[in-house]
Design a binder for this molecule. Structure first.
Ligand SMILES: CC(C)(COP(=O)(O)OP(=O)(O)OC[C@H]1O[C@@H](n2cnc3c(N)ncnc32)[C@H](O)[C@@H]1OP(=O)(O)O)[C@@H](O)C(=O)NCCC(=O)NCCS
Length: 424
């Protein structure tokens, strides 16, 4: 049995944020029915195409374990099918531009009339307020949520991160909102609206920077490198390069081979509890007792010198050797892994975090499997659906339409071209 078995999800999502959420629900066992515009589908199907004629990796990697039905939501017969889906489903998830669902005729009030138990979950760029009507993409959310202003180097421009904290991050937040609302519905019997705004999601992940903003009002941020460098703080949290986000100084340091390999680096944290071991490893035993280096506070003005000495040592080792030497000593380090190294990592494949999937149009490809492991709800990653692959199956099996009604609906053009059998 899967955790969310029996839960039906009307997946009205597109691009990345919403699909991330519904893919997780599908992995936890929900029946996720993805509604797509006839003949077009989710825009990502045809974005960043690498195999001509096949669904892109952008689409396939965000839409596993789902079924696809084509419905024109602006057509009368399409609205009829959607209304039946709303009647049948436990959750509707959408991430259209603000107001789009209302314009289709499916306002929260109307949806509640159709099915008072349904949970309507939305990703929007901003919560209620002056920006509520804006369309928002990943990097806009990273900028509006405080990530860009706090990422990068102090003397450089704001930076976005490679991790999709605005899209995938908000999808995760929404997913938690949905299962929480499902849990509440067990007692209340009622559905509710769930909103995850991308700005809020990014800010939630930047919580420590709002912490630092308030600390800054009381004095300099002593664990930031700029403090040790004697550079004054402004009135907003600065970009801190690769300084660690906690109270323990950390940096990215070169390892053996850095001249040719852009990822021959390690993250190294000079955690106070293991300072003496750090001194021994890097050949500076005298720093254990030297009053200028022996305590975390005394070390703050010397961080550049200290990390310089550590780097002199890490440059004599590969990033994996650094890991092998430091880990047994509880010195926190981490190799900078390239995507190539991650794709080839046997351990990640064993745990199902990296999965190979077969697809009828594109053949085998790698994807990120479910990152959350439940001991009693296994995840089997199955390929993403082709556009409209399950239209007929959903009309008959899920919605109970008879053949005459199916012919009428298909004939109206509201569900695209009928695909008689699921493609394999
Ligand atoms: C992502 C986003 C910027 C894309 O904008 P967009 O490509 O213009 O797409 P929209 O959501 O505005 O939808 C465009 C239209 O398609 C229509 N549409 C979508 N599915 C349809 C269907 N099955 N049948 C008919 N029309 C459909 C919508 O109703 C809308 O029409 P309208 O403008 O007349 O109301 C926008 O959807 C958005 O801001 N979403 C919320 C935030 C978000 O999730 N952003 C991150 C995306 S990873």
């Amino acid at each position: 049995m899967k955790a969310l078995e029996g839960i039906k999800v009307l997946d009205f999502t597109h691009v990345q944020s919403g699909p991330t959420c519904t893919q997780l629900l599908a992995w936890f066992g929900a029946d996720v029915i993805k509604v797509e515009r006839p003949g077009v589908g989710d825009a990502t199907r045809k974005q960043l195409v690498d195999v001509p004629g096949a669904d892109s990796l952008y689409f396939t990697m965000l839409n596993h374990n789902k079924r696809s039905i084509e419905i024109n939501s602006k057509d009368a017969a399409g609205k009829e099918v959607l209304t039946k889906l709303i009647e049948t489903c436990d959750v509707l998830v959408e991430n259209f531009a603000p107001g789009a669902l209302d314009r289709m005729g499916f306002s929260w009030e109307n949806i509640q009339k159709i099915n008072p138990r349904i949970i309507v979950a939305s990703v929007k760029g901003f919560g209620p307020g002056k920006y509520q009507d804006c369309k928002v993409y990943e990097n806009v959310a990273q900028c509006a949520g405080g990530s860009a202003s706090t990422t990068g180097f102090r003397d450089g421009i704001p930076m976005v991160t490679g991790a999709q904290i605005g899209d995938s991050g908000t999808g995760l937040h929404l997913c938690l909102g949905i299962v929480t609302a499902l849990f509440q519905r067990e007692r209340s019997g009622k559905g509710q609206k769930v909103l995850a705004a991308m700005q809020d999601g990014v800010l939630n992940l930047c919580r420590v920077k709002l912490r630092d903003q308030q600390r800054l009002e009381r004095g300099p941020l002593t664990e930031y490198s700029q403090y040790g460098e004697g550079i004054e703080f402004d009135d907003a949290v600065p970009r801190a390069g690769n300084d660690s986000g906690g109270g323990q100084p950390g940096r990215i340091l070169k390892c053996k081979g850095w001249e040719d390999d852009p990822n021959a680096y390690t993250y190294f944290i000079t955690q106070a509890a293991v300072w003496e071991k750090v001194c021994d490893v890097i050949g500076k035993p005298e720093w254990k007792t030297d009053p200028d280096y022996a305590t975390p506070k005394a070390r703050l003005p010397h961080l550049n010198e200290i990390f310089g000495a550590i780097e002199d040592w890490t440059m004599t080792k590969t990033k994996f050797e650094v890991m092998d030497i430091c880990n047994p000593l509880d010195i926190p380090v981490g190799p900078i892994l390239s995507m190539k190294e991650i794709a080839e990592d046997e351990g990640l494949r064993k745990t199902g975090t990296i999965v190979e999937v077969d697809h009828p149009e594109r053949g085998k490809y790698l994807t990120v499997g479910c990152p959350i492991k439940l001991s009693d709800s296994d995840v089997e990653v199955t390929r993403s659906p082709l556009l409209g692959e399950h239209t007929l199956e959903i009309l008959s099996e899920v919605l109970g339409y008879g053949q005459d009604e199916i012919d009428r609906i298909v004939g109206s053009g509201a569900v695209g071209e009928a695909k008689a059998v699921a493609a394999e």
